[in-house]
Design a protein around this ligand. Structure first.
Ligand SMILES: *Cc1c(COP(=O)(O)O)cnc(C)c1O
Length: 413
C-alpha cells in the first residue's frame, strides 16, 4: 500500500500513527476537536536538512510561504532556510513577524496593489515586479514613503517547462515581464530611484522529472546571464525559482534531488559565480519543504452500506482539504494516500477479500470525496482517518466557508 512510505516517515506506536511524537488518539485529545491539520516539526527540520545535503553550499534556500502560511510553521522554517518568498501583504506580515531580515524576503505575484507596494517598499523587502506598470507603481510607492525600493524583475522566460503540474512561465502569461521586453524595462529604470537588484524566474510548479527541471535550470541561467549583461548595475540577486514536486499518487516517483543538486552545483561554479560574483543565488520551494510533513485528521461520524458499497462519512472534507477531493486542478481524480490512523495494525490483514470503502466528507455534495474504493478492512464510527501530503496547499487552498462548518484547528507538533 502506497501510504506505507508515509506511515514509516511519521512512525507507529501501538497500532497508531505518531505525529510530532504523539500517538494519534492522544494528539486528537490534546487538540480538542476534529478535524485538524497537524504539521510535524521534526519532519520539517529533517526535510530542510536533506535538501541542504543535496544542494550545493552557497546556494540559498527560500521558502515560498503560500504553500503553508501558518505562522508557527513559517517561524520554524525561518530559522532553517535563508529567505522567505511571499505573495501578499498578509504573507509579508507573517514573514516579517519571524524576525527575518527584510532584505531576505521577496514579494512576488501579479496584481500587487498600490497599498501593498507601499508596505513592501517601506518594509524594505525585495519586490519582484511582474510588469512595467508595476515597476512604475513601485517607484511611486517608494517616493510616497521616502525610500528607494529594492526590486527584481520577474522574467517570463522564452521557454516553457514540460511536465509541471502548473505552468507559470513561457508563452503569454500574467506572470512576469516577457524576456524580450526586459532590456527596455531596464533601460527605462536606469538612473531612477529604484534599486534593481536582479532577476526572478519561476517557470512552473509540481514537477517530478529531474531531467526536465535540470534543463529548465540551465536555460534559466542562460537567460539570466544574457539579461545581466544589459543590467544597469552589477546583479546581486538571482532567484532561479523551484518547481520541485512531491509524489501525491500511486505511480508518482519521488524527485531525484541529488541529480538537481549536482546540476545546480555545476551551474553555480561554472556559470553564475564567474559571471556574477556579487550575486546571491536562490531556489524557492514551497510544497517540497512542507507538503510531506503534514496530515489532515478527520473523525468517522457514520458508516453505511448502500447497495453493496461501503461508505465511511467523516467530520471533515473538501472544505478543508480541497486537493484530496480532486477538485484542485486534477483532471482525473486519484486518491491521496489515506489510512485509518488508529488502526494501523489492520494494515497487515489481507485485504483482497474485503469490500473496498469509500470515504466521503460531510458536505452535501458528491464532490466531497476524500478516498474512493479503498482497501480498508476495518473502519468504524470514531476512528481517525488520516490523509497524508496535507502540509502544503491544504487549509488555505480550500473553500472553508462552503457549507458553513466550523474552521479546523491547525497545530505544529
Ligand atoms: C507558488 C510559488 C512557489 C512555490 O511553489 P511550490 O510548488 O509550492 O514549490 C514558488 N515561487 C513562486 C513565485 C510561487 O508563486
Amino acid at each position: 500500500m502506497r501510504a506505507e512510505r508515509h506511515v514509516e516517515a511519521f512512525g507507529v506506536k501501538d497500532g497508531q500513527l505518531v505525529v510530532g511524537g504523539m500517538p494519534l488518539e492522544r494528539l486528537a485529545a490534546s487538540v480538542g476537536s476534529t478535524p485538524f491539520f497537524a504539521y510535524d516539526r521534526r519532519l520539517l527540520t529533517a526535510r530542510v536538512e536533506a535538501l541542504r545535503a543535496a544542494l550545493p553550499t552557497g546556494l540559498h534556500l527560500g521558502y515560498a510561504v503560500k504553500a503553508n502560511p501558518m505562522p508557527a510553521v513559517v517561524q520554524h522554517l525561518a530559522g532553517l532556510v535563508d529567505s522567505l518568498d511571499v505573495a501578499s501583504a498578509g504573507e509579508m506580515r507573517v514573514a516579517l513577524d519571524t524576525g527575518t531580515d527584510p532584505a531576505s524576503i521577496s514579494f512576488a505575484g501579479p496584481g500587487k496593489t498600490e497599498g501593498e507596494l507601499r508596505q513592501a517598499a517601506a518594509a524594505g523587502v525585495v519586490v519582484e515586479v511582474e510588469s512595467r506598470g508595476e515597476a512604475e507603481r513601485l517607484l511611486a510607492a517608494g517616493e510616497t514613503v521616502g525610500v528607494r525600493p529594492v526590486a527584481a524583475i520577474r522574467v517570463n522566460p522564452d521557454f516553457a517547462v514540460q511536465g509541471s503540474g502548473m505552468r507559470m512561465g513561457g508563452g503569454p502569461q500574467q506572470f512576469g515581464v516577457d524576456a524580450e521586453q526586459v532590456p527596455d524595462l531596464m533601460a527605462a529604470l536606469a538612473g531612477r530611484d529604484i534599486d534593481l537588484a536582479g532577476f526572478h524566474v519561476f517557470a512552473g510548479s509540481q514537477n517530478l522529472d529531474a531531467d526536465i527541471l535540470a534543463e529548465a535550470q540551465q536555460r534559466t541561467v542562460d537567460l539570466v546571464l544574457r539579461l545581466a549583461e544589459l543590467a544597469p548595475a552589477p546583479v546581486r540577486y538571482v532567484n532561479l525559482g523551484g518547481g520541485f514536486g512531491i509524489p501525491y499518487f500511486e505511480k508518482d516517483q519521488p524527485l531525484d534531488i541529488a541529480r538537481l543538486g549536482d546540476n545546480l552545483g555545476r551551474l553555480l561554479d561554472e556559470r553564475l559565480r564567474p559571471a556574477l560574483p556579487q550575486a546571491r543565488t536562490i531556489v524557492e520551494l514551497g510544497r517540497y519543504v512542507v507538503g510531506e510533513c503534514g496530515v489532515y485528521v478527520t473523525r468517522v461520524v457514520d458508516t453505511k452500506v448502500s447497495r453493496g458499497q461501503r461508505f465511511a462519512v467523516v467530520d471533515g472534507g473538501m472544505h478543508h482539504q480541497l486537493a484530496a477531493s480532486g477538485n484542485l486542478g486534477q483532471v482525473i481524480r486519484r486518491n491521496y494516500p489515506l489510512v485509518v490512523g488508529n488502526r494501523l495494525g489492520a494494515l497487515d490483514v489481507a485485504t483482497e477479500d474485503v469490500e473496498p470503502v469509500t470515504v466521503v466528507g460531510s458536505l452535501c455534495t458528491p464532490l466531497d470525496l476524500m478516498g474512493s474504493k479503498l482497501p480498508l478492512p476495518e473502519i468504524e464510527v470514531d476512528d481517525l482517518v488520516v490523509i497524508f501530503q496535507a502540509g502544503a496547499y491544504g487549509l488555505t487552498a480550500s473553500p472553508t466557508a462552503f457549507l458553513g462548518h466550523p474552521h479546523p484547528a491547525e497545530v505544529l507538533v
